[in-house]
Ligand binder design. Structure first.
Ligand code: SF4
Length: 282
């Protein structure tokens, strides 16, 4: 990520403090690469982070403006900022699965409901890895974690008929996709599409946690094993096998098809101001 790091990231935050072999860097790089390829400058992007591994490791890495909101609040902060920021500024977020799909889910749904312009990458390490490796809302069925010693048996947010992406679609999101972090070029292209939507875009990315998840689920911290396991359980949409856990690609693209939240607010405020200005002249 040399040239990307030099141009877009703070040198004192490189290298990342993530565990050796962690797949989070692949997620981070895909976002920066997409920003670079679309020709955005450092000052065009406001970067937001949350709590947990994804929040902590990407926090304040962006050379330009950034902010953090812990424990699920970053979506509400971003929605407020969206109204006061110039429309051309892009809000980009790298958050975790526990933050987005657990404690922050209510705020996330309201960002989708209003089609608030932001590009969110949910970097999913399949549970609560920063606190030692408890199961979360996307932990695959049967997987052993620190808090599911007999295997995960709760329904999760990825399984058929209750996929979190479909919930977000019903809530009003206009761009939704899923990848695994090893998807490389395909993932960068998806992120570029997401960034070009003037509305609510979310990319869900499953990445390997080499420390906690790998240890409890596979009994090994050898990075190659968890990378292979995630890759083997992913397949492009329409090419799934019986053991596919994650269908990858774009699930829903209604980019630029619905009014965007901050634009609606600005138009409404202008209309009210006009109305009162006219009343004042009578
Ligand atoms: S605990 Fe897991 S997800 Fe968190 S930084 Fe370490 S390897 Fe990455």
């Amino acid at each position: 990520m040399d040239y990307l790091a030099r141009n877009y990231l703070r040198s004192r935050k490189i290298p990342s403090t993530a565990c050796s072999g962690c797949g989070l860097g692949q997620c981070h790089k895909a976002m920066v690469q997409a920003i670079h390829e679309l020709g955005y400058k450092v000052e065009d992007i406001i970067w937001a982070t949350s709590i947990g591994c994804a929040g902590r490791q990407t926090y304040a890495t962006w050379k330009g403006d950034s902010f953090a909101g812990t424990h699920g609040r970053v979506y509400a902060i971003a929605r407020g900022l969206r109204v006061v920021l110039p429309p051309e500024k892009r809000i980009v977020m790298t958050v975790g699965d526990g933050d987005a799909f657990g404690i922050g889910f209510n705020h996330l749904l309201h960002c989708a409901r209003t089609n608030c312009d932001m590009t969110i990458m949910v970097c999913d390490n399949l549970g609560y890895q920063s606190t030692g490796g408890q199961y979360g809302w996307t932990t695959p069925p049967g997987v052993v974690t620190d808090s599911s010693p007999y295997g995960m048996f709760e329904p999760n947010w990825v399984q058929k008929d209750q996929d979190v992406l479909m919930i977000l679609k019903a809530a009003g999101a206009t761009f939704l996709a899923r990848h695994v972090s090893t998807d490389g070029r395909a993932m960068v292209e998806t992120v570029k599409k997401a960034l070009q939507n003037r509305g609510f875009s979310l990319i869900h990315v499953i990445y390997p946690c080499t420390t906690n998840f790998a240890n409890t689920a596979l009994g090994s911290r050898e990075p190659a094993k968890i990378y292979r396991w995630i890759k083997d359980h992913a397949a492009p949409l329409g090419q799934e096998k019986p053991d596919t856990l994650w269908s990858t690609g774009i699930y829903y693209d209604a980019s630029n098809s619905r009014p965007e939240f901050s634009q609606v607010v600005r138009e409404k405020v202008a209309e009210i101001q006009r109305r009162y200005a006219n009343e004042g002249t009578h």
